[in-house]
Design a protein around this ligand. Structure first.
Ligand SMILES: Nc1ncnc2c1ncn2[C@@H]1O[C@H](COP(=O)(O)OP(=O)(O)O)[C@@H](O)[C@H]1O
Ligand SMILES: [Mg+2]
Length: 451
């Protein structure tokens, strides 16, 4: 499906900043000045699937535009700027198919990109009549206060709850044909700098070195990926290069043949040397090749670029588990909540577990888990410069600092994956209808607490 366009009513400078991020995500940003312009636009085009409105600067004008979004059989969701004090008073509790979202100044243009992308995934992938009762967007209760997601009560105790263990056959990855198949573990959070790469590398090393597993580690990030440099691999053969060569020679190579073996024993696959000239990396073909690699490895760990594009969607669909590293700070928690919402749309929510990274700092781990409303499978403590020092030597921390406490945390995570712990969310977390959440109210509270 061609990507959507976004109508934007924001002051010029803000428009330009937001436009840049939306273009990067492949969406067209269209500046709109007034209600007439908006109406003309929507009459002329059917690919405008979301609008950003500025209810702070001119509320009456915004109401008029909001009405236009819903006229003539249209039902276009709005992401609306509101004064912070109004946010807490928006009583949306009674409206069952509300798809609008709200934000307030100051905001970062990049954060709008993620929210728009998440909203568009809903619009693009969910037929309007399949919206479950309770809506797709988290809601506040009428007083703007807290409305806990059902099933979150158990998370209160402070400790990470013990989650239901998976049935063992599934955990062992036995395919329909009876042969053993590796598991695909995705490490994802739409926010950068939260520990995706660090956890991918060290989890891979722990499984390979300490648990005797065969591990393939894939750097799916062609733009900012740095697995190869962190592991001291100088210019490893890339998937793009191998496929270009194969196309010339008429050869076929499996991923196991293309990947580079690191001194730790893990196989490492890098997509491309630079973000340019990656045309050969057709998302479907890449996803199929990675999925096929399950036959050669026990664990396929994917360090993903933070986006919701076609490659990531194809991989999400096939993942056995999705680990979401969350650092205990509000921007990261917000990003995780947003991903949880997208995961509901993609019907992969049951595969999500969070790994609380830098767990001994910031917001309490139990609060992180409760607000994100995804069970935690492990905590990884903050380890100062240890990961950086290991990377300087081209090693994982598991190899370089085997007795460090943080490596013990990673070891623990590896054990939990091996035992299948947490691979099914607790009952009460799994149903779409129970998600009707409340995160905005919780965030308001959390933001007040930490700021
Ligand atoms: N638990 C931790 N303790 C100390 N430093 C960490 C920890 N987790 C991540 N880091 C550091 O934070 C930075 C960002 O981590 P990274 O794994 O690259 O994040 P992402 O892949 O999500 O962008 C890196 O410098 C990494 O070494
Ligand atoms: Mg990374």
């Amino acid at each position: 499906m061609p990507r959507s366009a976004v109508a934007i009513v924001l002051p010029r400078a803000e428009f330009v900043a937001v436009q840049e991020h939306l273009n990067e995500a492949g969406y067209e940003a269209i500046a709109v000045e007034n209600a007439d312009e908006l109406e003309q636009l929507l009459v002329g085009r059917t690919d405008v699937n979301v609008a950003i409105l500025d209810g702070e600067t001119d509320f009456d004008r915004t109401l008029e535009m909001y009405a236009i979004l819903h006229e003539d059989g249209r039902n276009i969701p709005a992401l609306m700027l509101m004064p912070p004090r109004a946010l807490g008073r928006m009583g949306l509790g009674g409206n069952s198919d509300v798809k609008d979202e709200y934000f307030s100044r100051p905001y970062s243009a990049e954060s709008l990109r993620w929210r728009i992308e998440a909203m568009l995934i809903r619009v693009e992938s969910v037929p309007a009549d399949s919206i479950p009762e309770g809506g797709l967007v988290g809601r506040m209760n009428a007083s703007g206060g807290l409305e806990r997601p059902e099933g979150s009560e158990g998370a209160d105790a402070g400790a990470i709850p013990v989650v239901a263990s998976a049935d063992l056959e599934h955990a062992a990855g036995v395919s329909d044909q009876g042969e053993k198949r590796g598991k695909i573990v995705i490490v994802f959070n739409p926010k950068g700098g939260v520990g995706k790469t660090t956890i991918s590398i060290n989890l891979g090393a722990a499984l390979q070195i300490r648990k005797g597993q065969r591990v393939l580690l894939v750097d799916c990030d062609t733009i900012t990926g740095h697995i190869a440099s962190s592991l001291g691999l100088q210019r490893p053969r890339t998937l793009a290069k191998a496929w270009r060569e194969d196309a010339t020679n008429g050869a076929y190579e499996s991923i196991a043949q293309i990947a580079t073996v690191h001194s730790s024993g893990i196989s490492v696959l890098v997509m491309a040397e630079s973000p340019l000239h990656t045309e050969i990396l057709d998302p479907r073909r890449v996803a199929d090749a990675i999925i096929a690699a399950r036959d050669s490895y026990d664990w396929v760990i994917l360090d993903m670029h933070p986006d919701y594009g076609p490659l990531n969607q194809a991989l999400f669909e096939q993942a056995d588990r999705i680990l979401v590293p969350v650092t205990p700070d509000v921007p990261c928690i917000r990003a995780a909540v947003q991903f949880r919402e997208v995961a509901v749309e993609l019907d992969i929510r049951d595969r999500l577990t969070i790994v609380i990274n830098r767990a001994n700092s910031g917001v309490a781990a139990s609060d992180v888990e409760r607000v994100v409303a995804i069970p935690a499978v492990a905590r990884v403590r903050s380890a100062g410069m240890l990961f950086v020092r290991a990377a300087d030597e081209g090693k994982s921390a598991v190899e370089r600092f085997p007795t460090a406490k943080v490596v013990g945390d990673i070891d623990n995570l590896a054990d939990r994956l091996l035992s299948g712990t947490g691979s099914n969310a607790r009952p009460g977390f799994s149903s779409r209808n129970r998600i009707a959440g409340s995160f905005r109210g919780l965030f308001d509270r959390l933001t007040t607490q930490v700021s």
